[in-house]
Design a protein around this ligand. Structure first.
Ligand code: ZN
Ligand code: CU
Length: 488
């Protein structure tokens, strides 16, 4: 008999590759999967009988804003409780490293916290802070274009000069050398909207030789979405880097029903270059409060407001009625603020969610006092509601979008699959009961059905809650590999 630390017996193993479940045992030792197969001849201190349960690779949340949360609330309950074992931070053009801010951070960098949390002038200092904080989940990081702009520009309502781009590029290169996954942008926000395509192209030059990716919250997600997609793919093509479109959606009433066109554009790009996207399983978005998105026909919920903190959780319509002003005027008075916009059609969201190019990313906003429920619910909602209850996608497909696919696309080597020698990031759950419980009215609520979560072989969460062990690591960029799976 061989020895191991943990032996999981008789689990229905969904390995993350998209393949059908198989009944197997998994032996874990020193943070790795040492053997996987039926009836393993192993001896372990910890033996788990997993009959009836699914064992999957730990979920990878490809789209997060957990940049400061992994340091300040290292237990990471919103994510750990969903079976997430790795978060990718630095999305939407914003990050905390390499960053220096004078005064208040510009919108939307304020989503990550106030001025006091921006304490990592170099990427290396951020990596050290993660190591010291020992979060319960692994962390991999992108570098944000907006953050680099803010480091080097006196104002953000113009495109950067050649020397400013040089300075930004130097910081990007240094971060890539330190293990960053690539560059993210948030061109829809006013802090980056004035940046020309050339600015991004010039900045993106170090990505190709480093093997990094370009991840973008596009310039437009409403009427002009196809132009914005063209720009994103052009940047990828000319820079010779993979493109990942963040939280792909058709936003705004005038744009409903266009997911077919949008996915066609993505599929066309895929015939020429590496292209993909992520998506959260809700028909509502959330970010800072944007006056351009205030539309009396769309329900908007305020998630926070600096001048009026007591209105968090109320709708903009309620606030405007109480104040006897228009919604736009109310929105002006609430700023800076955060909002949930119920501006996505469920049918569009479903079509994007099940598309083979789509990964799952929560886009959760951990600093919001009344957050969008995606922060606590995304992964169990895909598995329980959209896979089991609605049959929108099979369980192996859903898990592939959360594990094997993101690991390959972002270069998280040795993760995302259940394979011998891979890291023992694992989640055990009940496929019959897994479900999200977070709602728009009660958004801070852990999912049901997650039995156990191991991070680097360490049991970190059970149905009783967090175990207190925190075994997450900083994950430097590995080699990306893009196998563009055809439609099932
Ligand atoms: Zn975004
Ligand atoms: Cu985001």
């Amino acid at each position: 008999m061989l020895n191991c630390d943990t032996l999981i017996r008789n689990a229905s193993v969904v390995d993350g590759s998209g393949m059908a479940p198989e009944l197997m045992d998994a032996a874990l030792r020193d943070g790795r999967i040492v053997e996987i197969g039926p009836s393993l001849p192993f001896h372990a201190a910890d033996v788990i009988h997993a009959d009836g349960l699914v064992l999957a690779p730990g979920f990878i949340d490809v789209h997060t804003h957990d940049d400061t949360t992994v340091i300040h609330q290292p237990t990471m309950m919103p994510k750990l409780s969903q079976g997430v074992t790795t978060v990718i931070v630095g999305n939407c053009g914003i990050c905390v490293a390499p960053v220096r801010v004078d005064g208040e951070p510009p919108d939307p960098m304020n989503l990550l916290g106030d001025a006091g949390v921006f304490r990592y002038p170099t990427f290396a200092e951020y990596v050290t802070a993660i190591r010291d904080a020992r979060p319960s989940v692994n962390v991999a990081a992108l570098v944000g274009h907006t953050a680099l702009r803010n480091n080097h520009m006196d104002r953000l309502d113009r495109t950067a000069t050649a020397s400013e781009i040089d300075a930004m590029r130097g910081q990007l290169q240094e971060a890539l050398d330190g293990g960053a996954l690539g560059l993210s942008s948030g061109l829809a926000y006013l802090s980056a909207h004035a940046a020309s395509t050339e600015e991004i192209l010039e900045l993106a030059r170090p990505l190709a030789s480093a093997g990094g990716v370009y991840v973008t919250h596009m310039r437009n997600e409403a009427e002009d979405i196809l132009d914005a997609m063209r720009e994103a793919f052009e940047i990828g093509r000319l820079s010779r880097v993979p493109v990942i479109v963040s939280h792909l959606k058709c936003a705004g009433l005038a744009n409903w029903g266009r997911s077919g066109e949008v996915l066609n554009s993505l599929e066309r790009a895929q015939t020429m270059q590496q292209a993909g996207c992520d998506c959260y399983p809700y028909a509502a978005g959330s970010s800072t409060l944007d006056l351009r998105q205030v539309d009396e026909r769309v329900e908007v919920t305020i998630t926070w407001s600096m001048p009026h903190p007591n209105v968090a959780g109320q709708t903009l319509a309620q606030i405007a009625a109480t104040w006897r002003v228009s919604q736009l005027d109310a929105a002006r008075q609430l700023q800076p603020a955060g909002a949930i916009y119920h501006s996505i059609a469920e049918g569009d969201m479903r079509r994007i969610l099940r598309h083979p190019a789509t990964m799952i990313g929560s886009d959760g906003l951990p600093n919001d006092p009344h957050p969008h429920p995606r922060l606590w619910g995304t992964f169990p909602r895909v598995l329980g509601r959209y896979s089991r209850e609605e049959g929108l996608l099979s369980l192996p497909e859903a898990i592939h979008k959360m594990t094997g696919m993101p690991a390959q696309r972002f270069g998280l080597t040795g993760r995302g699959l259940i394979r011998k020698e891979f890291a023992a990031d694992l989640v055990l759950f009940d496929p019959e009961t897994i479900i999200d419980t977070a709602t728009f009215s009660n958004p801070i609520s852990a999912a049901h059905g997650i039995t156990s979560v191991w991070v680097n072989g360490v049991l970190s969460y059970t149905s009783q809650g967090a175990t207190g062990a925190r075994a997450g690591r900083f994950l430097p960029r590995g080699k990306t590999s893009w196998i563009q799976r055809l439609k099932p």
